[in-house]
Design a protein. Structure first.
Length: 276
């Protein structure tokens, strides 16, 4: 498997569990022994706050925004979390300005990728998961271009396909013009409640339309997952039980991600032989 495998967690719809999934999939992978870096590319800083607390802004301390502006490495910004093998690249209060500051730059879509290429520590990770804001902004485009895969959480609500088609169109344009090797890792249904008719209807529709691209894992509605970030804990730490609903769901998702990446990567490595 290539190292690291970089995955953008994206959906322009808000509140579909992008941040929760980045944190807990990251923790799930780390618990399986993978070295994982989660990156917060959302100016809302939710991932940062939920894992290590707010990083106070101080104009003399370098931030992710500064690294982007300088197109430099990110090593000095990486911080450990309370989960073994899980580190974070935190967002910062000044990061909201990144969108406007990047806009007039040359090769503005490739800035984060350049920063990653200059980050020595990155090679030590098996997975890098990037949390994004609820929009296909220039910063999100930077995230996608730095990534090998994108993963889309979609909440089990009315009309998910309309949003998915729009997102697919936007990402398709980016793939076509700027990132031909970017691939979909799949779609995961979140906020799922099997006893609700609408959830089962959405599940059937997505199974029919997406086939194998839909993860088998469902991230179920879970009140503990709402509280865990407020005490800076992953769902594994907060539930502290193998039978915890979120622990089960994110363990299963981590298993599926590892399985899927391995199968995609081995298919890719066979491609030259197939053409020979
Ligand atoms: N399994 C769950 N069941 C119910 N609520 C959850 C669950 N997991 C997370 N939540 C809550 O749902 C809300 C939205 O989650 P989250 O912040 O991960 O979504 P998001 O897609 O990152 O949002 P945004 O688009 O604003 O970045 C949060 O308040 C979170 O605590
Ligand atoms: Mg979020």
């Amino acid at each position: 498997m290539r190292k690291p495998v970089i995955v953008s967690v994206v959906n322009h719809k808000g509140g579909v569990l992008k941040t929760t999934t980045t944190a807990n999939l990251g923790a799930g992978l780390a618990r399986k022994g993978s070295r994982v870096l989660v990156c917060d590319l959302d100016p809302q800083q939710n991932l940062t706050v939920s894992l290590i607390g707010r990083v106070p802004y101080d104009e003399n301390t370098p931030t992710l925004y500064d690294a982007l502006m300088e197109e430099g490495g990110l090593d000095h910004l990486i911080r450990p979390t309370s989960t073994k093998y899980l580190d974070i690249l935190p967002s910062s209060e000044d990061f909201f300005a990144a969108e406007l500051s990047l806009a007039p730059r040359e090769a503005r879509e490739f800035v984060f990728r350049t920063c990653c290429e200059q980050t020595t520590a990155l090679k030590a990770y098996d997975f890098v998961l990037i949390d994004n804001s609820p929009s296909v902004s220039l910063v999100t485009v930077n995230s996608l271009i730095a990534s090998d895969y994108f993963l889309v959480p979609v909440s089990a609500e009315y009309l998910p396909l309309t949003g998915l088609v729009m997102l697919g169109d936007s990402i398709g344009r980016i793939q076509h013009k700027l990132a031909p090797s970017l691939r979909s890792l799949g779609v995961v249904i979140t906020l799922f409640h099997r006893s609700e008719t609408i959830c089962r209807r959405v599940e059937r529709e997505l199974e029919r339309e997406l086939g194998d691209m839909l993860f088998r894992t469902r991230i179920r509605v879970n009140t503990k997952a709402k509280t865990a970030p407020s005490v800076m804990k992953t769902i594994f730490e907060y539930e502290d039980s193998p039978q915890g609903r979120g622990t089960e769901d994110y363990t299963q998702l981590a298993d599926e991600v590892v399985e899927r990446v391995a199968s995609f990567e081995s298919a890719t490595s066979l491609e030259p032989a197939a053409h020979a």
